[in-house]
Design a protein around this ligand. Structure first.
Ligand SMILES: [Zn+2]
Ligand SMILES: [Zn+2]
Length: 317
């Protein structure tokens, strides 16, 4: 069962995205690239090189529903005459219009983000949405944790590996302990846990970093020989990456806590201090990161949080 990586251009800061063709019946594409002409052409060329057409695809599996991974899903499905699209039910990015602007707004207000910043984040977000076609829930089949993606000559086990997003999934072929991990595992950078509402209770925040640590440890239990991520080269030494991520997360947590001034601070204020040069998109990622670390530090008893109106103010213990 061959895994054929195809690198596609994206208009985003992160650079190209990797999608993976599993060249086996039923022909399956894991992730799709963003909805741009350049990505669609590169995908076609990549498929052609190994003897396939878009119309041969039978199954489109999404590691998660960020635009660079899910953008072309609907058009590929249509061209492939109703290939099945699979995504975890906790993902929301592919739903387009239904994405919870109000819920995000509440989370951003709680994090202390000023109104005008929220407005500019919203405009940016609407711009991002142009890079993905929306898919309704009834157009997708769910990916269930621990279920199998069956192929003619074997199967891949589906692992729900939340953290980067609530519904992120990875896929493990236990025969040779190969894993396809989307943005859960990236060779050169530590993935951002993105601020999201909890998929079960939208009034709460998804505990992204705590979930992410569990997901990283779960992948480690498979003693992977090769991990294919959403961006950059595959990872052959997962243990090295695992330990490096833990050190980076620990160092970042200390940096966040050390920046908290005596009277306390909001996640937004701390993120501005940590990433003073962050521009528009990156301000959302920066506040996401600060919130994720503060949530984890609070659950570990290292900081305490008090409400000031709607804003959450953190103090050191
Ligand atoms: Zn992503
Ligand atoms: Zn990505």
């Amino acid at each position: 069962m061959r895994i054929l990586p195809i690198s596609l251009p994206t208009p985003f800061y992160i650079g190209p995205v990797n999608v993976y063709l599993i060249a086996e019946e039923p022909l399956t594409l894991i992730d799709t690239g963003p909805k741009t002409r350049a990505a669609a052409e590169a995908l076609r060329a990549g498929l052609r090189k190994v003897g396939f057409l878009v119309s041969d695809l039978r199954r489109i599996v999404l590691t998660h529903a960020h635009e660079d991974h899910c953008g072309l899903a609907r058009s590929l499905r249509d061209e492939a005459k109703n290939a099945e699209v699979l995504v975890h039910t906790w993902e929301t990015g592919h739903r387009g219009g239904r994405l919870e602007y109000e819920e995000h707004r509440t989370l951003l207000l709680r994090a202390g983000v000023p109104d005008e910043e929220i407005e500019s984040m919203r405009r940016l977000y609407e711009g991002m949405r142009l890079y993905a076609d929306s898919l309704a829930d009834d157009e997708c089949s769910p990916l269930w944790d621990d279920a199998e993606l069956e192929f003619a000559s074997g199967s891949w086990r589906i692992l729900h590996t939340p953290g980067h997003t609530p519904g992120s999934c990875s896929f493990v072929r236990e025969a040779d302990r190969t894993i396809i991990a989307g943005d859960c595992v990236l060779k050169r950078i530590t993935p951002n846990p993105i601020l999201s509402p909890d998929p079960i209770d939208a009034n709460k925040r998804f505990r992204s970093l705590a979930e992410y640590l569990v997901s990283l440890a779960r992948l480690r239990t498979f003693a992977p020989t090769m991990v294919y991520g959403g961006h950059g080269d595959p990872v052959s030494d997962y243990d090295e990456l695992f330990n490096r991520y833990l050190r980076a997360i620990d160092a970042r947590q200390k940096a966040v806590i050390n920046r908290i001034p005596k009277p306390g601070a909001t996640a937004w204020e701390l993120s501005r201090g940590l990433f003073p040069d962050a521009d528009d998109v990156h301000r959302f990622l920066a506040v996401s990161e600060a919130v994720a670390h503060l949530d984890l530090a609070e659950s570990e008893g290292k900081v305490k949080m008090e409400l000031n109106g709607v804003k959450e103010v953190y103090r050191r213990r």
